[in-house]
Design a protein around this ligand. Structure first.
Ligand code: F6P
Length: 500
């Protein structure tokens, strides 16, 4: 492919000076690259750009978590980890000097190895996926290597540059994250700090920032000092959604979340799903204990976000917090035609529905209701707002909290619908360097158990077979026709599930 570009350069008759040689070639080549792949390319590589300690790994992990949650598989490939594996941990700052030929060759070898790994990852198990190449990629030459290698494999490239001019934040990043990395294990912290600072100076010698003039054909997002964004030539929905996400996160906000379901409701006690009932006596007892917990832990000033259902509003009425906001999008999953039934009643009345939900709980949509995927979609604005808060208490529902916990713990869509969110328990989510920690606080107030475990594949298949669904049984199709008039999406979802 690069040959084609060379030809293109020659055909255009543009002359080159030694200084602009690489640039001329790539400027035209890049145009080729950006146009050669489809709009919503199923394979994308986001290549981070920036000096060390600019929050690249942080951005990479946050973005990967978000992309996974919206259903686009994503994985971070950290070049530092590969470098340590391939060439060892004891590389001092001179290894990063651009004039150190051995170091430069070694670093290019590692970069190529990671690109091989990414290409292999796409071949083996990833489609509709984003690989995030977490490296410095500070030179145009290195970025061209990515452009040379990815598009011929059908992988579209977008760059994300993080620029930070704040020396205070830089120093904090180094001390909080970099000095703890395996490169400096057992080192004196001041020696490690000096070595890392010199490493940054070496990178600065060759740093070429992304710029509108020279890189206008590339897709890139340039984030300056966390607050300013330059968005250039993005292609397709996933890239645009990534930009939207980056514009919403505040890398230095450490959100601590307190999550709780409402106190036990009358429907919980009867093992019925959905509805809009009040709390039981146990539910009220829990709400009061939760209020006491907030008082004892000085959490009475934190905002409380809740749904618009009676059971959450009633729970909040027992809390000392004044700042309570109600959101419809925090309402429980809509069980549609199954609302108000117990699981046993659903199994008896709609055995096919029950089995199909077990087969693919995340994607299954209740007739005239919602799927977990639908719930995640409506929660997206809430997630964006949560990203900007210091502390929030959310009082909502089982399925909704599974989606929220799934986001913060970066769990897969297979795991999300089965996360245990017991009644009468506070779940505390605290941010770590690149992830989150979950802690459960329970107050010993009795409650019903509403969790239903994941069924074995074998038992689901046996049930489907007995219902003759696997070969397009008439009762299922009949039901499909019955709901056809109400909700076409439901029908198309089912067709997909049948096919799989
Ligand atoms: O049972 C309580 C409840 O909140 C229901 O209202 C809701 O349908 C259900 O949990 C969601 O859990 P699952 O997806 O496991 O059925």
């Amino acid at each position: 492919m690069f040959e084609t570009q060379r030809k293109l350069v020659k055909e255009t008759g543009r002359t080159r000076t030694p200084a602009s040689d690489n640039l001329m070639e790539t400027e035209l080549g890049r145009e080729r690259y950006t146009r050669s792949l489809p709009m919503n390319c199923p394979k994308q590589c986001y290549a981070m750009v920036g000096l060390p300690a600019r929050g690249k790994s942080y951005i990479a992990h946050r973005l990967a978590r978000y992309l996974n949650w919206i259903g686009t598989k994503s994985k971070v490939f950290n070049v530092g980890q590969y470098r340590r594996r391939l060439v060892g941990v004891n590389m001092t700052y001179d290894y990063y000097d651009p004039f150190n030929t051995t170091g430069a060759q070694s670093r290019r070898m590692v970069a190529n190895h990671v690109l091989d790994t990414i290409i292999e990852w796409f071949k083996e198990d990833a489609d509709n996926a984003v690989a995030i190449l977490d490296a410095t990629n500070t030179t145009r030459d290195r970025r061209d290597l990515i452009l040379e290698r990815c598009p011929p494999e059908g992988i579209q490239v977008m760059f994300i540059e993080s620029v930070l001019d704040d020396t205070f934040i830089e120093e904090r990043n180094i001390r909080e994250h970099k000095l703890r990395c395996p490169d400096y294990q057992g080192c004196d912290p001041d020696d490690a700090f000096n070595d890392f600072s010199k490493r940054i100076e070496n990178y600065k010698k060759a740093y070429e920032t992304l710029c509108l003039n020279l890189d206008r054909e590339l897709s890139f997002i340039r984030v300056s000092n966390i607050t300013q964004f330059h968005i250039n030539n993005l292609i397709g929905t996933v890239q645009s959604k990534s930009a939207y996400f980056l514009m919403n996160i505040r890398p230095h906000t450490k959100t601590t979340l307190y999550l709780s379901r409402h106190g036990e409701s009358q429907f919980n006690e009867l093992a019925k799903i959905g509805g809009d009932t009040n709390l039981t006596d146990n539910g009220v007892r829990y709400a009061k204990k939760l209020g006491k917990f907030l008082l004892e832990n000085n959490l009475t000033d934190i905002p409380v976000w809740t749904s618009i259902m009676k059971r959450t509003i009633e729970t909040c009425s027992h809390l000392p917090n004044q700042n309570v906001q109600r959101y419809k999008c925090l309402n429980e999953i809509d069980a549609g035609r199954c609302d108000g039934l117990t699981y046993k009643e659903i199994e008896e009345t709609y055995p096919e529905e029950f089995a199909l939900r077990d087969l693919d709980k995340y994607n299954y949509r209740y007739p005239q209701g919602e799927s977990y995927q639908d719930v995640c979609c409506r929660l997206e604005p809430i997630i964006m707002d949560l990203e900007k808060q210091d502390q929030v208490l959310l009082i909502c529902h089982q399925a909704v909290l599974r989606c929220i916990v799934g986001y913060f713990l970066n769990l897969s869509t297979d795991e999300i619908p089965y996360i245990k969110i017991p009644l009468h328990t506070v779940i505390k989510i605290t941010p770590l360097a690149y992830g989150c920690e979950k802690e459960e606080i329970s107050f010993g107030v009795e409650s019903s158990v509403t969790h239903r475990d994941k069924q074995t594949q074998e038992s689901i298949e046996r049930r489907l077979l007995a219902l003759d669904i696997s070969n397009g049984d008439s009762s299922f199709v009949g039901h499909e026709e019955e709901i056809n008039g109400n909700n076409e999406d439901v029908v198309s979802d089912r067709v997909v599930m049948m096919a799989s």
